[in-house]
Each structure stands twice: as C-alpha cells, then as structure tokens.
Ligand binder design. Sequence first.
Ligand code: FES
Length: 80
Amino acid sequence: MYRLMEKKIKQPMQVKLDKDRVYFWCTCGLSGKQPMCDGSHKGKSEKKSQSFRVEETKDYYLCSCKLTKNPPYCDGSHNS
Ligand code: FES
C-alpha cells in the first residue's frame, strides 16, 4: 500500500467520535493532527482524506499507521 509517513505512529489512536458528524481521516500520514486530516497532503501527496461518519457516539480506535485494510479503523495491521 502506498503511503507517506513523516511521523511513524505504530498504534491505533483512541478518539471519541460524535454520531452523524463528518470526519476526515488522514490517508497519507503527513497530517499533524493524526489520525485526522489537516490538509498537509496538498502539494505533497496524491492521497486525499477519507470522509466518514459513525452511527454511535463513543470511543473508536482509528488507524494511525495507514496500513489498515478497514480504514479508518485499526485492524491490527500495525503489528505486521
Ligand atoms: S494503527 Fe492499527 S492497523 Fe494501523
């Protein structure tokens, strides 16, 4: 999988997400606001953020290593 990583984070990030709000998950790894996009990909990567919503307000474990096969959620791929 193609990815750029300036900050190599090899574990999921626990984030409280609110129901029905739109979030933008960083796919390139350049964001300074991991695991969410801060626009750092512009001009540096062809990758764009991935928008998503959750159906329940609670804590989620979002992927920061960008290796997950179930984005934006951690699937344990950071251990491989
Ligand atoms: S942080 Fe767990 S799969 Fe990326």
